[in-house]
Design a protein around this ligand. Structure first.
Ligand SMILES: Cc1cc2nc3c(=O)[nH]c(=O)nc-3n(C[C@H](O)[C@H](O)[C@H](O)COP(=O)(O)OP(=O)(O)OC[C@H]3O[C@@H](n4cnc5c(N)ncnc54)[C@H](O)[C@@H]3O)c2cc1C
Ligand SMILES: *[C@@H]1O[C@H](CO)[C@@H](O)[C@H](O)[C@H]1NC(C)=O
Ligand SMILES: *[C@@H]1O[C@H](CO)[C@@H](O)[C@H](O)[C@H]1NC(C)=O
Ligand SMILES: *[C@@H]1O[C@H](CO)[C@@H](O)[C@H](O)[C@H]1NC(C)=O
Length: 431
């Protein structure tokens, strides 16, 4: 096909090899005119942390990126959560059902390391660069010139690119570069504590059954208990062999470094009357049964004026870190990769990249910010702190059920054609 060979190649750097960066790599593979490289500061591409739930929107976006997504997901050992059951864990309605979301469109719970491994598998080894930490970005004067972006790494090397995508996580260096014109509002746009902490531990199915009760493991079900200022949950992953245990709670005095050591005394102070249930005590035992247990403050981006600046943009947690209450951070990162991949694929020359990136930012920014805000509010409800619902099962149900509609009820076909429409408009305005 002569057209293809005539399309000038452009060269793109992806900074950060987490779920966002690696998923974007998968989205770009099919676009032959884009040469991309992924730079990861860690010694190897790896995921720390426990499980990640891919809700239906995340799965749909992944299918649009990877035609063989079913096979990929199967290889991860991800377990479909056939139902999510929310219960009241404390107070006079203790043990009452809030709701059971069963059947349709289950989320899939996956070990983070397994998901990253399977998303790395399709990428050529030559594009993956570990132990490469971004130091600085510098756009040269003629911004339309090829290779106009100078990317410096901490090992003293420099490489030139036509475009840079920051997928470098919540404390992103690329984010600072994209927002450099907003120096006076720097504090407001930096990640900050959202008012909750959480802690996790992965244990064997046998251990979980013994500590929590056999009855909770008859189905592959996600369980959550609303308590007085805290939320407790578990789900199953790795083909049903491993259980993720989670305790989260309201946080009043966030530690500066986000990290706090856990002890039985700390749980007694913070969980208070929630410890009246044997199930909660079992969960505390499971969480404490690990070397050096810690909890982490949940941080988020409360505002972000843009995700793109010229030929540099940010995706994933670098753009919109959110609390985990709606299980949507990774899902949004996959959506970003889908939308940006399509737009960069439609850009036929380096000169069009900034319009593609602006269209991505204009489309995804309102959606992602609305998830950050609704996720924080969902945390209040799940911690029993909703002003009306409190620990009342019927009111909790009413408050909670509609909260996922705006996240799941999106039509990606429309969403992506809107992205392309925005791209055309921006290009026209600039002519
Ligand atoms: C407790 C918790 C539970 C969660 N549960 C869910 C869930 O159930 N479902 C869901 O959808 N989401 C969930 N999320 C959110 C999800 O984990 C994140 O949104 C997602 O992992 C973000 O991926 P990322 O690639 O943007 O960032 P990261 O995973 O942070 O990756 C950034 C990468 O960039 C690298 N890097 C950083 N700086 C540089 C540099 N200067 N140069 C080169 N590389 C650099 C880092 O080493 C890292 O590998 C949860 C989050 C938390 C905190
Ligand atoms: C889960 O089971 C599938 C299908 O049997 C297998 O291919 C995969 O390797 C398993 N994965 C894990 C992480 O156990
Ligand atoms: C980046 O590296 C180049 C080439 O070594 C150097 O000239 C430039 O000053 C560096 N930029 C920064 C901001 O350090
Ligand atoms: C969950 O749902 C899937 C697909 O509908 C089904 O194959 C599986 O048996 C169900 N698992 C359980 C434990 O109910």
């Amino acid at each position: 096909m002569p057209e293809k060979t005539h399309t000038p190649k452009f060269k793109l750097a992806i900074i950060g090899g987490g779920l966002a960066g690696v998923t974007l790599g998968n989205a770009l593979i099919r676009h032959e005119h884009i040469e991309f490289h992924i730079y990861e500061s860690a010694l190897e591409f790896s995921e720390r942390g426990a499980a990640v739930g891919l809700a239906i929107n995340a799965q749909r976006a992944l299918h649009r990126i990877l035609p063989q997504a079913d096979v990929t997901l199967e290889r991860t050992g991800g377990v479909p959560m056939n139902s999510t059951r929310i219960m009241v864990g404390t107070g006079q309605s203790i043990g009452h059902l809030v709701f059971d979301l069963a059947g349709t469109d289950p989320g899939i719970v996956i070990h983070r390391a397994s998901l990253l491994r399977e998303l790395l598998a399709p990428l050529p080894k030559e594009v993956l660069h570990a132990n490469k930490k971004l130091a600085s970005i510098n756009e040269r004067e003629n911004i339309d010139a090829r290779g106009s972006i100078e990317v410096n790494f901490t090992d003293g090397t420099t490489t030139y690119f036509d475009a840079v995508v920051g997928a470098d996580g919540i404390f992103s260096t690329v984010r600072d570069y994209v927002l450099r014109e907003f120096e006076d509002k720097k504090g407001e746009y930096r990640a900050s504590p959202a008012g909750f902490w959480d802690c996790r531990h992965l244990v064997s199915l046998e251990k979980a059954k013994a500590a929590l009760g056999e009855q909770y493991f008859e189905l592959d079900r996600q369980y959550g208990w609303v308590n007085d200022g805290a939320f407790i949950m578990h789900d199953v992953l790795e083909n049903g062999t491993i259980v993720q245990c989670v305790i989260c709670a309201v946080e009043k005095d966030p530690p500066k470094d986000r990290k706090r050591p856990l002890s039985r005394e700390f749980f007694e102070e913070t969980l208070g009357r929630s410890l009246e249930s044997a199930h909660t005590r079992g969960m505390v035992d499971l969480i404490l049964d690990q070397p050096s247990p810690h909890c982490y403050s949940e941080w988020e981006h409360k505002a972000t004026p843009t995700y793109a600046n010229g030929r540099v943009c940010i995706i994933g947690d670098a753009a919109h870190a959110t609390t985990p209450w709606q299980g949507s951070g990774a899902g949004l990162a996959i959506e970003d990769a889908m939308v940006l991949g399509t737009l960069l694929g439609a850009a036929t020359s380096p000169a069009e990249i900034s319009a593609a990136m602006k269209a991505y930012s204009d489309l995804q920014r309102p959606r992602c910010q609305s998830v950050i805000d609704s996720s924080r509010g969902t945390g209040d409800i799940l911690c029993g702190r909703h002003h009306e619902a409190g620990l009342d099962p019927d009111k909790l149900k009413e408050a909670l059920l509609p909260r996922w509609d705006h996240i799941y009820g999106i039509d990606f076909e429309k969403h992506e054609s809107e992205a392309l429409k925005k791209f055309e408009c921006i290009k026209q305005e600039r002519q």
